[in-house]
Design a protein around this ligand. Structure first.
Ligand SMILES: C[S@@+](CC[C@H](N)C(=O)[O-])C[C@H]1O[C@@H](n2cnc3c(N)ncnc32)[C@H](O)[C@@H]1O
Length: 227
């Protein structure tokens, strides 16, 4: 997450990373030296109990962590992360049905605490998806040679499925429908599965007759908003 944050905000000044594992802290520190200009403070601790001494931050994140925490400890962890959040809290989980359920629980807790949902949902109504469907997204990521060897994989990439929630202290300035499945496009047509600002979700078929919206739909990818 530190590397992703610096990609978006190269001017990042300071990051605090709470990590329970000494070996992961050691590897993270050695990878960051020379690669990350921001001051990075690596804190040894259990995020479910050791957050109280930390100061607030504009962006607080927990990526692929909730599935390593006992379910009973999650509300306390999420409450602690939200208390540290001056602006935005980002939680990312594997894009599995179980990961989605964890994100739904985080979403309910944060809305109850007064948070505003920034993304991916364009609303704060209950999630309209019903199992066996589940909300998730996917990004193709490059595999290094080492990564390929470790996974005994043939191709130099993998499609990483994930689900996330961005919650803010501020209301979202605009609410635009979100593309929640790979778009299906054909000549003169685009079928998009959308989560809508009114709290509904479903497929919308657009054609050239829809003018500018159709042009946006043709360009939209899974996970994008439809302007
Ligand atoms: C799957 S890794 C994800 C690391 C990183 N966030 C990323 O996206 O690449 C999960 C990390 O969370 C750490 N972790 C698990 N439970 C923790 C806890 N209670 N407190 C602090 N760190 C924890 C693990 O040691 C591990 O390094």
């Amino acid at each position: 997450m530190l590397w992703a944050t610096v990609d978006v905000w190269p001017e990042l000044e300071q990051a605090v990373l709470v990590e329970a594992s000494a070996s992961v802290r050691k590897i993270g520190q050695s990878l960051a030296v020379g690669a990350i200009a921001a001051r990075a403070d690596w804190v040894a601790g259990d995020a479910t109990i050791d957050l109280d001494g930390l100061g607030p931050a504009d962006l607080v994140s927990a990526a692929y962590v909730l599935d390593e925490i006992a379910p009973a400890s999650l509300p306390k962890l999420v409450g602690g992360l939200w208390r540290l959040t001056a602006d935005t809290l980002l939680v990312v989980e594997p894009g599995t049905p179980a990961g989605w359920q964890r994100i739904l629980a985080v979403r309910s807790q944060l809305i109850e605490a007064g948070a505003h949902v920034s993304a991916p949902c364009p609303h704060e109504a209950p999630c309209p998806l019903v199992p066996p469907d589940w909300c998730h997204f996917s990004r193709r990521v490059a595999r290094s040679r080492l990564h390929r060897l470790a996974k005994d994989a043939d191709v130099p990439w993998e499609d990483e499925k994930f689900i996330y929630l961005a919650a803010s202290r501020q209301p979202a300035p605009v609410r635009a429908a979100r593309v929640i499945a790979p778009p299906k496009t054909g000549s003169g047509k685009a079928a998009l599965k959308l989560c809508q600002p009114d709290g509904s979700a479903g497929e919308r078929l657009l054609s050239k007759r829809d003018g500018e919206v159709f042009k946006s739909a043709r360009r939209a990818d899974w996970g994008d908003t439809l302007a």
